[in-house]
Design a protein around this ligand. Structure first.
Ligand code: SAH
Ligand code: SF4
Length: 393
């Protein structure tokens, strides 16, 4: 095992307050939804479309959360908005910064549940890894999130709110009058945090539509990658209704092994999954599908596996991301050696597939792939352990 880097450089804790205001949150509503909400609260129907456009820009283009700062709206209208609506995003509970610059946020959503969001800075770009569920109903045997019981699906506002929260923290809302040609700090989004996004399809779709909207955050559909464990019936819809890039947690080259690593394989096996994937690039008019492959020592990492993978990929525009297994407390697997991972990668490369080895980021703060699990859950576990220890005494 790699020695871990020094623990956390910087931990900020914010006041924990959660109020129920009884107001409607404008964040997460589609343009149509916002228009309807405005009409219902008394905005004349004729004006509603224009007002929606104005409020939309304030929220998603300028990052404004205070109605009073929406200076192209009349004072009376601003007061009316204040009465019926709020602009609320998840609250940051804590932020940790890794020695490599990776930031991990713990954010509190409605009802007090918490999810993790990770920002990974790279040269000339930055990727935000967002969550779609609290925990996960699936139980992939190598994944830490999979050991956490699902509490619930995130709503669209809680999903787009993670992106807004990160832009706040990066101080990346445009300032009026300044035009910069610098690359964006938050330039890409991956739905690879906690949860299975395709088991929360509508909310994920609605949130991504807002993120892609040209009059707001403006991230193109090719800057968003959705990762799924293989929920076959939703793959076609993802292509049609979101059109983002797709990554699939493949991880094994025969059903016997995949049944254990990714148990949803018992419902939709490798053949069914590959069939759905073959259609994806055509429907979404996108390039390659990313096959994620976690490297587990002695489980799925032989040369034979690599050759079998090449055969399976035949006819699919693909790249393979090899992910060195990230260990977590109590995990049953070991990471393949670097030599093994390189050998595996060169078989794929010789067959013409790009097969980068994913750099592990933020490991010292447990922010790496598959290590996410909400802190409340960890606390609960450790409390249980403490009680058990006390009982033994
Ligand atoms: N539920 C979705 C997205 C979240 S997981 C999915 O399964 O695709 C994001 C990626 O991290 C997936 O490829 C997942 O298989 C991988 N992963 C999970 N646990 C891991 C671990 N401990 N080490 C390395 N990668 C892991
Ligand atoms: Fe859920 Fe993805 Fe983890 Fe599997 S790998 S348990 S689908 S989060």
């Amino acid at each position: 095992m790699k020695p871990s880097a020094p623990i956390t450089q910087d931990v900020m804790t914010f006041p924990r307050k959660l109020e129920t205001t009884g107001k409607i949150n404008l964040v997460g509503l589609s343009r149509d939804g916002m228009r309807q909400a405005l009409i219902e609260s008394g905005t004349p129907e004729k004006q509603a479309k224009m007002r929606t456009g104005q409020i939309w820009q304030w929220i998603y283009q300028w990052g404004v959360r205070d109605f009073d700062k929406m200076t192209n709206l009349s004072k009376a209208f601003r007061a009316q908005l204040e009465e019926s609506f709020e602009i609320r995003i998840p609250e940051v509970v804590s932020k940790q910064v890794s020695t490599d610059g990776t930031r991990k946020y713990l954010v509190r959503i409605n009802g007090g549940h918490e999810v993790e969001v990770v920002y990974i800075p790279e040269e000339n770009r930055g990727t935000l890894c967002i969550s779609s569920q609290v925990g996960c109903t699936l139980t992939c045997s190598f994944c830490h999130t999979g050991t956490q019981k699902l509490v619930r699906n995130l709503t669209a506002d809680e999903i787009v709110g993670q992106v807004m929260m990160a832009r706040d923290d990066l101080d990346e809302w445009p300032k009026s009058g300044t035009v910069t040609g610098a690359p964006r700090l938050l330039s890409n989004i991956v739905l690879m945090g906690m949860g299975e996004p395709l088991y929360n399809f509508e909310n994920v779709r609605d949130a991504m539509k807002i993120v892609m909207d040209p009059e707001g955050i403006q991230l193109g559909r090719r800057r968003i990658t959705l990762s799924t464990s293989g929920i076959v019936p939703e793959i076609h819809r993802t292509a049609e209704e979101i059109g983002c890039l797709l990554a699939v947690s493949f991880h094994a080259t025969n059903d016997e092994t995949r049944d254990i690593l990714v148990p949803i394989n018992k419902k939709w096996n490798i053949e069914a999954l590959l069939e759905a994937l073959r259609e994806y690039p055509k429907v979404s008019n996108s390039e390659r599908i990313t096959f994620e492959y976690v490297m587990l020592h002695g489980v799925n990492d032989t040369d034979e596996d690599a050759h079998r993978l090449v055969e399976l990929l035949e006819g699919i525009p693909a790249k393979v991301n090899l992910i060195p297994f990230n260990e977590w407390p109590g995990s049953a697997y070991k990471r393949s050696s670097n030599n093994r991972i390189r050998a595996f990668s060169s078989i794929l490369m010789n067959a013409g597939y790009a097969s980068p080895i994913r750099a592990t980021r933020g490991e010292d703060i447990m922010a790496a792939c598959g290590q996410l699990k909400s802190a409340t859950e960890r606390e609960r576990k450790s409390r249980k352990q403490i009680e058990a220890e006390a009982a033994r005494r």
